[in-house]
Design a protein around this ligand. Structure first.
Ligand code: FAD
Length: 429
């Protein structure tokens, strides 16, 4: 065999998994049809968080009592900087793989048979094949020429009026950021609330703040058509149509299995996702599928984790996924995060009682810890500054079987946002 493992796709799951194998002296082939690092590094997590940081920095000072400021943003310059950050991360990951001996081939890869992958007309044999082909945005028939995540994150100007179709996490993150940067933002969501995939009390905090910022949220609304004639005209069922200079379509993502050759092997599917067992093996045992293409929440850290599990099994260890404390974060205002599951009981402490948040002029949100009758922590929902950082404490607690008393008795530095979690762990009885 030419390789121990051949990866189709170098996304979050792929390069992470490849690195684990390379560090353990395995021969690895990585096939990538576009850019090394996939959606997260090039067009998703990293560029979106860079934009959110810019918008939050500005809003933070604008909002601070006693501060007045004049500022301007040169989006072309900012885009150059953002690209340099992306290139530093993707280039670093690619160089590291190469330095550890990976062969990287650019081109569209497909599976020929259970031990052969083909790219650019060349066949390579591999003991194991890992499918990491990610996901693509859902497109609606008849609605063309709109912006998706790649286009909106590459914009060299700030739109005057931005209509966002879809109130899921990508749309809401982008809507918050562009509103803070000065756009007039409209969000059109078919369901009866924004962030329908998130716990209602967390989503409500974001809804409240968005309205305070002046974002127009239209729930229970269905877009009928989008026409472009210079400007966009967006027709909404039962409402007047709207004009906009930019329309972002963010109505979800679907797994990408196009042209991978999986149908030739009759690999079992779960709807549009590739079916995998707990080892991340497909129905053909030496072929693995990881990340967005393999079901579960479409998140980069879930893809990393899948990649780790697949690599461990290729290395001969019997490793099974355990998603019980998989955190989910939405980088909004307030930042919201969830991990684990609800329990028999919960304690909830408002952000208003957290001194560090008050020094940041942040008053909205809460820390909520779920636990069972015996006190063991089952999960948490947090709507507070930087909850993306503090939520890991609760994932660790769930993973380690800790109780609210363990959390409460852990001395937290003062003043910190994470003290809110400690306070929510205090027994009231
Ligand atoms: P991907 O990263 O999608 O990579 C798949 C790779 O496979 C791509 O490079 C593609 O070119 C390649 N490929 C596909 N087919 C072939 C083929 N036939 N041959 C060769 N190569 C192929 N997640 C978070 O956890 N946190 C966030 O903050 C976050 N923010 C996001 C913001 C946006 C705007 C978007 C769109 C997504 C965001 N995500 C976030 C989700 C995250 O990007 C994905 O969950 C993650 O990228 C999935 O990784 P993956 O390895 O499954 O696939």
């Amino acid at each position: 065999m030419d390789f121990d493992a051949a990866f189709i796709g170098s996304g979050a799951g792929g390069y992470y998994s490849a690195l684990r194998l390379l560090k353990r002296k395995k021969k690895v082939l990585i096939i990538e049809k576009e850019k090394f690092g996939g959606e997260c590094l090039n067009y998703g997590c990293i560029p979106s968080k860079a934009l959110i940081e810019l918008s939050e920095g500005i809003e933070y000072l604008k909002d601070m009592p006693g501060v007045s400021m004049n500022y301007s943003i040169d989006m072309k310059e900012w885009q150059k900087w953002k690209q340099s950050v992306v290139t530093r991360i993707t280039g670093g990951a690619e160089k590291l793989c190469l330095s550890l001996g990976a062969k990287i081939v650019y081109g569209k890869g497909s599976i020929k048979d259970r031990n052969t992958v083909t790219v650019n007309g060349t066949d390579y044999s591999a003991e194991n094949i890992i499918i990491d082909t990610g996901s693509v945005p859902v497109k609606i028939n008849g609605i063309d020429d709109v912006y998706y995540n790649r286009e909106i994150l590459a914009m060299e100007n700030i739109p005057e009026k931005l209509v966002i179709i879809g109130g899921g996490y990508i749309g809401i993150e982008m809507g918050t950021a562009f509103r803070k940067l000065g756009s007039d933002v409209y969000i059109v969501e078919m369901k009866d609330r924004i962030l329908p995939e998130i716990e209602e009390d967390l989503a409500r905090e974001v809804d409240k703040k968005l309205r305070k910022l002046g974002v127009k949220i239209m729930t229970g609304s269905r877009v009928q058509s989008v026409k472009k004639n210079g400007k966009y005209t967006v027709a909404i069922e039962g409402s007047e149509s709207m004009e906009a200079d930019t329309v972002l379509m963010s109505v979800g993502r679907v797994p990408n299995t196009a042209d991978t050759g999986i149908e030739k092997l009759g690999i079992q599917m779960d709807g549009k996702f590739i079916h995998t067992d707990g080892h991340k093996r497909t129905s053909v045992p030496n072929i693995y599928a990881i990340g967005d293409v393999s079901g579960g929440p479409m998140l980069a850290h879930k893809a990393f984790y899948d990649g780790y599990v697949a690599a461990e099994n290729i290395l001969g260890n019997d490793t099974v996924v355990d998603y019980r404390a998989l955190p989910f974060v939405v980088y909004t205002d307030p930042e919201i995060a969830f991990t684990g599951k609800s329990g028999a009981k919960y304690n909830k402490v408002p952000v208003l009682a957290n001194p560090r948040s008050l020094t940041m002029n942040q008053k909205e949100g809460f820390f909520k810890i779920y636990y069972d009758d015996d006190g063991s922590i089952t999960g948490a929902g947090v709507a507070a500054p930087r909850s993306s950082e503090s939520i890991t404490e609760i994932s660790l607690a769930v993973e380690s079987g800790l109780s609210i008393d363990d959390l409460f008795l852990t001395i937290h530095p003062h003043p910190t946002v994470s003290e809110g979690l400690k306070d929510a762990a205090e027994r009231n009885d």
